[in-house]
Structure formats: C-alpha cells, structure tokens
Design a protein around this ligand. Sequence first.
Ligand SMILES: Cc1cc2nc3c(=O)[nH]c(=O)nc-3n(C[C@H](O)[C@H](O)[C@H](O)COP(=O)(O)OP(=O)(O)OC[C@H]3O[C@@H](n4cnc5c(N)ncnc54)[C@H](O)[C@@H]3O)c2cc1C
Length: 481
Amino acid sequence: MAAEVVVVGFGAAGVATAVTAFELGAEVLILEKAPEGQEGGNTRVAGQGYLNTSSAEKAAAYLKALCGPYPVPDEMIRVWSEEMSLNNDWLAGLGGDPQEHQHQPEGIEFPDLPGADCVHKFHDGPTYGFSNTWKRLESLVKQRPIRVCYETPGRELIQDRTTGEILGVRAAQGGKSIFVKARKAVVLTCGGFENNQEMIRNYLSGVPYCYTSGSPFNEGDGISMALKVGADLWHMNNYAGPSMALKVPEFPTTFGMQALHFSKIVPGGMIVAGPDGRRFTDEKLKTRHGKVASNGTWQALRTPCPMHMVFDQTLMASGPLYDKTPSHGWTQIVERYDWSEDNGAEFSKGWIKTADTIAELARAIRLDPNSLSETVDRWNAQAAAGLDGDFRRTLMLAPFDRGPYYAVELSPSMLNTQGGPQRNEHGQVLQPGGAPIPRLYSAGELGSIYSYLYQGTGNIGECLAFGRVAARNAVAESLWS
Ligand SMILES: Cc1cc2nc3c(=O)[nH]c(=O)nc-3n(C[C@H](O)[C@H](O)[C@H](O)COP(=O)(O)OP(=O)(O)OC[C@H]3O[C@@H](n4cnc5c(N)ncnc54)[C@H](O)[C@@H]3O)c2cc1C
C-alpha cells in the first residue's frame, strides 16, 4: 500500500490535512485505528466549536498571554494567529456552513488577557453539539477519492537509518503487519494519550489515574511512534482537565454528574470528600477547562483520589444523576447509555452506594466514619447559615436531609491532553535541538500549541489550522521514489 501523503488518524486534524493535501493534487491515504462508525476521535464527540479569531494581531497577543510562563516560539504564535482567522473561509470554501455560537462573548475564557476579544467560536450547521461539525468534516473526506483504512492503527514509523527520513508506516490490519509507503511524507494526527494510564502517571501531575469523556482510541500511539524516531516532546503536562466524574469498569469513558456541573442546580444536600473524609474544593466551581485561580496563577483542580460525591435522598429522588443529553461526550454520543430516570438501575449495578447514616455510608466506601460525619455536620451548619466559609461555594447550599444517604465514587476526568511531539511553524516534527525529522509532520492535539491556559474551541481550531499548514508543506516535499 502506498500514497504520497499518509495521514495517521481520522479526526479534525486528519481531515484538514487529508483534504488540503488532496486539493493540492496529492494522493492521500488515511490510517484509522477505530472501526468504521467510531472514527473521528475526540472531534466526533466534542462540543463541536472551533475558534476563528477576528484579528491576527489580537490573536497573537491572546495566545502569548495564554502560554504565560510556558512560552512557545514567536514563529509558532504568528502562524497560529494568521491561520486561525482563516478557518471559516476554508470550511465555507469547501461547502461548509460556519455559524457563530450564540453565547459570545461569555465564551471568552480569559477575558482579562490582552487580545481576548479576538475570540469567536463557530460550529457547522444550525446548532453546536450533536457531532454536527464532525459530520461536515467527515463528509469532506468521503466526497473525495481519499482512501480510509479503518481498524488499521499505525504502530511504527519506517525511517531511513542513513538520512533519518520517514518513508512510511508499519500498521496493523487483521492481526497482521502491513507496510504503507509514504512517497512524500507522513502526517501524525492520531490524538493524545487520554487512555494511556502509564503516560498519565508519568506526565500529568497530581492525578494517579485519569479517564476521558472523549474517544477511547487515543492511547498516545503518536507519542510512542514519534519518540522511536527521535522526536522531542512538548506540553506533556498540559491537558483540558481535570473535572470529577463517575468511571465504571463496564464503560471506557466517564459519566458527568449533573449535581457537579456549575450550570445545573438540583435539590438536595451534596458534598465531595477526599480520602480523609474532608471536602477539598467548591464542588460547583466553574473551572477553566480544569484550571482554577490560585495565588495569582492558574493551577489544575486538586483531585485527591479516591473522591466520593456524598448526597442525600432528596438529590437521589430528584431525577437521573447523569446528564444523558446526547450533545457531546463519548458515553452520550457513541455508547448512548440510557441512565434510568430514578437511578435504580445504576443503584442495582453497585455504581451508587447507600446507608441509613453517614457513619455507615463512610464504612461502606472505606472512609473514616468520624471524619465524614464531621464533614457533613459542618456542611449542614454552613449551608443552613448560607455561607460556605471553607470554600466559598455559592450554589446548591442545601443541608442534607434525614437520609438514607448515598455515595458515588468519582475519578479525575479530562477532555483531552495537549502534549506530544514538538512541531514547528511548518508542522514538522522536531528532534531535541530543533532540527526537523525529515518527511514527518503532525497536527491537532498530538503536540498541541497550548502550553498552559486553554481557550475553549482552540483545539479544533488548531486542528484545522495546522492540518492545512502540515498538508501544504508535506505536499511540497519531493517524491523519494
Ligand atoms: C467531550 C469533549 C468536548 C470537547 N469540545 C471541544 C470543542 O467544542 N471545541 C474544541 O476545540 N475542542 C473540544 N474538545 C477537544 C477536541 O475535541 C480535541 O482536542 C480535538 O478534536 C482533537 O482532534 P484531533 O484530530 O487532534 O484528534 P481526534 O479527533 O481525537 O482524532 C484522532 C484520531 O486518531 C485515531 N487514532 C488513535 N491512534 C491511532 C493510531 N495508532 N493509528 C491510526 N489512528 C489512530 C483515533 O481513533 C481518532 O479517530 C472536546 C473534547 C471532548 C472529549
């Protein structure tokens, strides 16, 4: 099997790369790990927004400020800010239907930073969510003679030992190795390491484990492949998370709890306790994709594991604990898990524990009964007085009712990682020291530009922008045979 440009991964970055390369006249092949119907990665189940900035100058200032004490090269900032304003033109030029989100300007995540008003969030079609932008992107590939090999994960890059050039990919198909020749270049667009617990332990600080609400197929393969051919890594400790969510063995991805969402108000008493039986945060805090303000900086939300959401009968009886609206998230969009209206099915599965008293509940979830009882008593007193003196929570300030009481174990959850092989302004993957690995490119969240703070819709925006950049430069390579 051979093509001029071989694209590894069929999400937004893979689409932007493949379609741009095809439009420039290249023969393109996409290798995709997931079976047909589950391709699309995080893009498929995202909120579907993408960034289209309004002014390159302001965008450059905003990105620089987002990177804060973790700077990225000026050339990268320049290319990002120029390309990010062209996403709508690109999509519309291919028959898309860019529409601005209605909640502008609330969507600006860091409005106090310079250039923040460059932010304009778009989606394709009448509404965001529901895979709409992804459906459009996918159709751009399907309308063209671009071959997609499903269930064909890239395993290893084939490198010329003398020149260091990347000549193709070894992939797996039907239990066998296949060799795919790339006559011009390989572009890695195979997402992050959201499902690789070893990489999570090594690279993400503060979380001994973490799960995702995105695609279960993103396992850091692009990082392993790039490392083997001498790539440098960057932004490995940055990710869009954590939040706190339920993870059960029966499903690969997380379930968000309504009661913990900053915009959902449900009746009943609820707190989250850490392993010491104590609260550690405002449970209703609106984080900035997992970051919280701390002494003039932004730090990842603390998630002392195991964590438990502890709540009362009023909350249990108020409806499904899980928001099953299928607008975004792998569990909703792909698994389509139908959570029971009265939480009874999930209770029967053991996902929800119960006891008549807080002390008994503590024993059932292996917490210290005295600590948890003290925590709930303290919460009840503060809630009754209308003031959370510990964490300044202002939403759902309700004391616990008489019981029975309930607990759900929570895990750290994320949308996506940002780290991966370092790339330059041409989309080339770099070695330590800055020299490009010949004929190897990347785009998307695999080695994303975001080093510190993240502006929502920036990831898909970057996929489209750097997919085009990588494709243009990959197509400009000479044929090696
Ligand atoms: C619930 C949720 C909501 C989000 N909402 C937004 C939003 O509204 N706006 C925004 O900008 N960002 C959002 N994000 C983040 C954003 O979705 C991702 O960062 C972005 O879509 C990544 O695109 P990508 O093309 O780099 O990777 P992906 O879309 O994840 O695609 C990677 C593809 O590579 C495949 N793959 C993996 N390994 C291999 C391999 N070895 N060989 C071949 N293929 C492989 C995967 O199966 C997948 O199809 C959200 C994320 C989540 C989880």
